[in-house]
Each structure stands twice: as C-alpha cells, then as structure tokens.
Design a protein around this ligand. Structure first.
Ligand code: DX5
Ligand code: ZN
Length: 231
C-alpha cells in the first residue's frame, strides 16, 4: 500500500520572467507582500533554450528584495559550471534539466554540497522514465508544462497526466520531494494541476500581467483545492 498523506494548500511561485525587468527589485518585493511562497527565477543561456535571461548578479539583487526562498530554474547547458555562483548569489533551490546533465547524480550532489536544495526538471517531450533513477536524490521534481524558453505559452496537452505520473512515482519510490509545474498555469487550470499531482505552481503571466498581484496569487491558490489525497 502506498503512503497516504495530504498536501497543504499549494505553494505559489511567481516567475519573474513576466515581471518588469526595469523595476525588478520592486516587482519581487511586491509579489512577496502579495503572498507569494517562493520566487521562481528563470535562467536561460541562449544554448539550451534560444533566449538569454539573467545570471548570478541579478539573483544577488533579487536576494536583497525578498526573504522568500529563491527557486532558481537553470535552463542552461553545463549547469555544473554555474552552481557555486548561483548559491553564493542567494539561490535556495537549484533545479537543473535532466536533458542538460551528462552526470545527473554528480550535478545534484554538487548542488547539495554547495548548500542549496537540488531539483530536476524535464521537458514535455522527455519520457518521465528519464528522471526515475534520480528521485531519491532530489528535493523537487519540476514538470515542464510548456517547452522552455518563453513565458505566456499555452499549457501542453498531456501535462496533467505527467503530473499524475510524477505523483505516482513519488508514492512508489517512498521518497519525498515537491512536484512543481511550470508553464501555462492560470486560475482555470490550477485546481486540476494540483488534483493531478502538483504541490507548487509556477506562474509568470498569471501573476505579473495582472494589476492586483495579491488577487492573482489568491485566485491561483483558491482555484486549487485546499487538500488533496496523495497516493
Ligand atoms: C518557461 C519558464 C517559465 C515561464 C512560465 O521557460 O520556465 O517559468 O516563466 O511562464 P507562464 O506562467 O507565463 O507560462
Ligand atoms: Zn521556470
């Protein structure tokens, strides 16, 4: 029999990719005051994904604007080369892509040794089986529900099933990690994502493109049921 327990209200992690980069510190402070749980930071290198976003210097700036955990999502090749700099800059969690790591356990171990919580992510076309061997090494599994690179894309069909698979894999492996979903999350599909398996909802457009950040965060949280049985 798999363990049964209940999730708390889902955590909301606004993605700063949709923020006004000219006023980034103020934007981060504003979502902090509006009830965010984590700040999601999308790092892109122009290789793993076409766009280039930000690096450790900007993370250092964000660190001063909020006491919340910084959830750094590295969409970069050779993530092992950057881990120490991001942790020094203030990252609390570092998530790398299974598609970008030559030696996944070594990268996850380097994140933990540097003092951050390791996460592993996978793109919509990647089999969920690709992460199974590493579940005992992670604090977070980030299920991408869009192809990474841009905010504002539609939720990819089949992602709800992948969240269910993530939850089932967690139950079967008797390991504990957050299941986070990233891409195309809005109040209308937040409840379904949580019911399917997500504990943490990343949302860029659904928060930063709204005028009232507190109402936007509440809508995401309340769109999701307060407690769901987890198999
Ligand atoms: C996509 C990023 C996401 C993105 C989500 O590559 O990883 O975090 O900001 O944006 P929305 O919520 O607008 O789909
Ligand atoms: Zn992200």
């Amino acid at each position: 029999m798999p363990l049964r327990y209940y999730t708390a209200v889902p955590l909301i992690a606004p993605s700063i990719l949709a923020a006004d980069f000219g006023r980034l510190g103020d934007e981060v402070a504003a979502v902090t005051a509006a009830g965010a749980d984590w700040i999601h930071v999308d790092v892109m290198d122009g290789h793993f994904v076409p766009p280039i976003t930000i690096g450790p210097a900007v993370v250092r700036g964000i660190r001063k604007a909020t006491p919340l955990p910084l959830d750094v999502h590295l969409m970069i090749e050779h993530p092992e080369r950057q881990i120490d700099e991001f942790v020094k800059a203030g990252a609390d969690r570092i998530t790398v892509h299974v598609e970008a790591c030559a030696d996944v356990p070594a990268v996850l171990d380097a994140i933990r040794r540097a003092g951050a919580k390791p996460g592993l992510s996978l793109n919509p076309p990647t089999s969920m089986e690709a992460v199974r061997p590493f579940l005992h090494l992670i604090d977070l599994l980030l299920v991408m529900s869009v192809n990474p690179g841009w905010g504002g894309q539609p939720f990819v069909d089949g992602s709800m099933e992948r969240l269910s698979t993530a939850r089932a894999m967690r139950g079967e492996s008797a390991t504990r990690f957050h299941v986070e979903v990233d891409g195309g999350i809005y109040p209308h599909n937040a409840a379904a994502a949580v019911a399917a398996g997500a504990d943490v909802l990343v949302a860029g457009t659904a928060v930063f493109k709204e005028h009232d950040y507190a109402a936007a965060i509440r809508a995401l949280r309340e769109g999701a049921p307060a407690a769901q049985p987890v198999a």
